[in-house]
Design a protein around this ligand. Structure first.
Ligand code: CS2
Length: 423
């Protein structure tokens, strides 16, 4: 088979259309041009209704430190709710569909076997139909979520749901590809719809606000067709891991630390957290530790963290810490725990320990104050957070991150909780 050229057109199916996909991967696919894009929502179907009502178009507000740039993204065909499994199966069985991108968040990869609630299980149904239809064109599944080796994680999640015949067919027909995605995309503020309307005339119920920075690095392993994402500045690489680790440990790690330590210290937004003297000192500490685990030259890391600091300080982005605080039980094991382990234990990684301690302190405050904790393990978090005995409470919470009760991290977190800045 001749490798088709990347400029061949095709259809891209996207799973999990939220704000991030619309500011980043789908926007890049629009810039690349020529492809048909059929998105599916996450659990809530509301985004499908809203986007279909406005012909799939939406306003993109790129919010720099001084001004906004507003454009209309018009790349989407009909948007389907995730529950429309028949449509997904039909699309995957069609040879014109060559790429599936996913933004289903960290928890989406451990969602189990029920196609109603699990994207990997739905993909398994679609791939079975593709095999049964006799499609020989390769299809690529591209993970765009914040996990190390996200392609590998996706591959295992899908393979776990496949019947034997489709599992045997899989490697010959499916490329599962890792990618590193980066563009900070807060929840849109109340004025965003008016901003889009003033600038473009579009009446938009679901505008997207994002930052100027954007980065997408994709593993260079497509056997089939794909959009010409190079036109949108996307980089292709043979070594994705270093890109993933740099972003997860420096950007997302600092985000997670600020989300919890910032709120415990009494601030609500990322720009406030990075300007808070003690929270910022913790971020510096975490960066020093995370950097030591990354095989990259110091000047490159200096430039990266300097740029991150500017991005975090963007006073107009209004990124709320509560957005980033969601799903801590699946984020900390990716962002903080591996650095603690690679450094040789909690006493060698006080900044990372602070991120974990800020989470235990924050969930405890929330639960005891009667506030919701958004997390796939919310019930177990609530049960542990109310325990009176500190050691029981902290070890109960850390158990939810996979940390054993006898681990030195338990005592380190208890000590660090007491040192966290408070209002
Ligand atoms: C954030 C990310 O929600 C989170 O945990 O850290 O959404 C972050 O804004 C993006 O990964 C930036 O690319």
């Amino acid at each position: 088979m001749n490798a088709p050229s990347p400029s061949d057109v095709g259809r891209l199916v996207h799973l999990g259309i939220g704000n991030f996909a619309r500011s980043h991967t789908l926007h890049a696919t629009d810039v690349a041009g020529g492809w048909s894009v059929v998105p599916f929502t996450g659990r809530s179907a509301a985004m499908a209704d809203a986007l279909n009502a406005q012909g799939g178009k939406y306003g993109l507000i790129v919010r720099g430190p001084e001004q906004d740039e507003v454009s209309i993204v018009d790349v989407l065909d009909e948007v389907h709710p995730a529950s429309d499994i028949d449509a997904l199966v039909r699309l995957l069985a069609d040879p014109f569909t060559a790429v599936v991108t996913l933004t289903v968040t960290e928890k989406g990869y451990a969602a189990g076997s029920d196609p109603a609630t699990s994207a990997p299980a739905r993909l398994a149904l679609g791939l079975k139909a593709r095999r049964e239809a006799g499609v020989t064109e390769p299809i690529a599944l591209v993970s765009c979520d914040n996990l190390t080796g996200n392609g590998q994680v996706l591959r295992e999640a899908v393979l776990a749901e496949l019947d034997e015949e489709t599992a045997a067919w899989f490697d010959g027909h499916v490329d599962v590809i890792s990618s590193m995605v980066d563009r900070i995309t807060p929840s849109a503020d109340d004025g965003a719809a008016q901003t889009v309307r003033d600038a473009t005339g579009l009446v938009d119920a679901v505008p997207v606000v994002t930052e100027p920075f954007t980065e997408w690095v994709i593993e260079n392993r497509f056997r089939g067709r794909r959009p010409e994402w190079e036109k949108a500045g996307v980089q292709f690489t043979d070594d994705i891991e270093v890109h993933e680790l740099r972003k997860l440990r420096l950007l997302n790690g600092a985000h997670t630390l600020m989300a919890y330590a910032g709120q415990v210290a009494g601030v609500q937004r990322v720009d406030e957290a990075i300007s808070h003297r003690e929270v910022r000192a913790l971020v510096e500490q975490l960066w020093a530790e995370a950097r030591s685990t990354l095989p990259l030259p110091a000047d490159e890391l200096d430039a990266y963290t300097a740029a991150l600091e500017d991005r975090f300080r963007n006073p107009r982005l209004a990124d709320n810490l509560i957005r980033i605080a969601a799903d801590g039980s699946v984020k900390l094991p990716v962002r903080a725990l591996p650095v603690i382990a690679e450094r040789g234990g909690p006493d060698k990684a006080p900044g990372e320990v602070a991120a974990v301690a800020a989470w235990t302190a924050w969930v405890t405050d929330r639960v005891r104050g009667g506030d919701e904790v958004q997390d796939p393990k919310a019930e177990a978090i609530a049960a542990a957070a109310v325990l009176e005995d500190t050691t029981e409470r902290v070890s109960g919470l850390l158990a939810l991150l996979g940390v054993p009760a006898v681990d030195p991290l338990v005592d380190a977190v208890i000590a660090e909780e007491r040192r966290l800045p408070r209002p």
